[in-house]
Write a protein that binds this ligand. Structure first.
Ligand code: URA
Length: 203
């Protein structure tokens, strides 16, 4: 069993919150542990719960399209969520569920050590930066625990409003520029919003 399978098995056996009893499948995440980009959404939805794979519904197709416009395939990146099980009726994740589930995300990030972590939507942004608003920091590069965090809108928002689609498209282009042009910098460990370093993408 390789490391990815081992962690998937751990997630499959998890019953730390009630979602563990309600799910059809766990959705640990998908992609190579050598990926330079990790995308983090909120939680599996109906299709993801049925298939055990992240972002396989309409929002996932939009994500695939955004990736291919900047020269990436889904299999080049690692895609996961804050929660690994679907909340009933797609309700928002509860604080206790986030607390129970995010040690798995931490293990994944520790193994992968990506150059950039792209948070999709407000829930995954607030896991790293509880006080920041997505509308204010999307498309800006932030530092957290010496890692590069790049918040963008959730693809589901772009399904509802083309304004969000245009912003996402723009932010994906900047993400690639960042990967190509900017080396990962050393910086003090912090999750304090006041010490966030904004990138050259600042407006
Ligand atoms: N939305 C998410 O946040 N994650 C998924 O996997 C699918 C939809």
């Amino acid at each position: 069993m390789n490391e990815i399978q081992y962690l998937a098995e751990e997630i499959n056996n998890c019953r730390k919150c009630s979602l563990g009893c309600e799910r059809t499948n766990t959705v640990p995440g998908e992609g190579p542990y050598s990926a330079s980009i990790v995308f983090i959404g909120e939680a599996p939805g109906h299709n993801e719960d049925l298939q055990g794979k992240p972002f396989v519904g309409a929002a996932g197709r939009l994500l695939d399209g955004l990736l291919s416009q900047v020269g990436f395939e889904r299999q080049d990146v690692f895609i996961t969520n804050i929660l690994k099980c679907r909340p009933p009726n797609n309700r928002d994740p509860l604080p206790a569920e986030i607390k129970a589930c995010t040690p798995f995300l931490e293990k994944q990030l520790k193994k992968i050590q990506p150059n950039i972590i792209v948070t999709l939507g407000r829930f995954s942004l607030s896991y790293f930066f509880p006080t920041l608003q997505i509308g204010k920091v999307r498309g800006k590069l932030l530092k957290w625990n010496n890692q590069n965090i790049y918040p963008v809108y959730h693809p589901a928002a772009a399904l509802r409003n083309t304004k969000f689609y245009d912003l996402l498209k723009n932010d994906f282009q900047q993400m690639v520029q960042f990967l190509e042009e900017k080396p990962v910098e050393e910086s003090p460990i912090t999750d304090n919003p006041e010490s966030i370093q904004l990138s050259f993408f600042d407006d």
